[in-house]
Design a protein around this ligand. Structure first.
Ligand code: SF4
Length: 231
């Protein structure tokens, strides 16, 4: 087995959270496409994702793939070619108040972090799409609001990626959708772009506000530019 296959086997067999006393439904959910230029990182799988072992399988997937479709990726091609994972890989169960799924605790995120770091190290994605607030915190300060970053991107040049796990924003170039086309005329192709998206769950009202729809449109424009640039 190659390194990625070994990692996937370890993730599927993992019981760290169960052993730590967390009430998760075991079984890691991720998908590893053939090209893997893009890594999409969500929060954690939901219940239907855990049942069928398919990331963003249900309602949130419809909204996510609508956005990606506007950027030019059809769903099946994206699933077949790119890498989809999450901050924590197993379904965390329902929230205590019964509304939606439980947000994985910091302890669970810490237990699962080595897997995410190995995924990034082995895949070395050229674009990371961070989906939702928990994933955003991998790169942005915890005080960052969706309004601050949705519709923008950052670019880590190749010289800043001697460690593939470098998330130090001081070494990255901040970009808006207006700046991106001219930036791409000179950008090195083997750097890494980071583009955040809001969580696409239907339970979230954030994407419905007109000013936020504009932010999402700008984010989709960034993704479309990047997809076309690679073509
Ligand atoms: S969430 Fe991550 S660390 Fe926890 S059991 Fe699943 S794979 Fe293991």
């Amino acid at each position: 087995m190659d390194s990625l296959a070994v990692l996937h086997a370890d993730m599927r067999a993992c019981r760290r959270c169960l052993d730590g006393g967390f009430s998760i439904a075991s079984g890691a959910v991720f998908s590893s496409g053939s090209a893997r230029r893009v890594m999409l990182i969500g929060q954690a799988p939901g219940v239907t994702e855990a049942q069928v072992k398919r990331p963003f399988n249900a309602g949130s997937g419809r909204r996510l793939f609508q956005w990606l479709g506007e950027a030019g990726w059809d769903e099946e091609t994206f699933r077949a070619e790119q890498y989809m994972t999450a901050v924590t890989k197993c379904y965390p169960g329902k929230a205590a108040n019964g509304k939606g799924d439980r947000v994985p605790s910091k302890a669970e995120q810490t237990l699962c972090r080595p897997f995410l770091e190995q995924e990034i190290t082995l895949v070395r994605p050229r674009l990371i799409i961070l989906v939702g607030g928990l994933a955003m915190k991998l790169v942005y300060p915890t005080s960052t609001h969706l309004e601050d970053v949705i519709g923008t991107a950052v670019y880590f040049p190749p010289e800043s990626l001697t460690s593939p796990l470098n998330f130090d924003l001081a070494t990255a170039v901040p970009l808006t959708n207006e700046q991106l086309p001219s930036f791409l005329e000179t950008a090195a192709g083997d750097g890494r772009f980071i583009v955040p998206l809001p969580h696409p769950s239907g339970a979230s009202l954030w994407p419905n506000k007109p000013e936020n729809r504009q932010r999402i449109t700008r984010a989709v424009t960034i993704l479309r530019h990047l997809r076309q640039w690679w073509q």
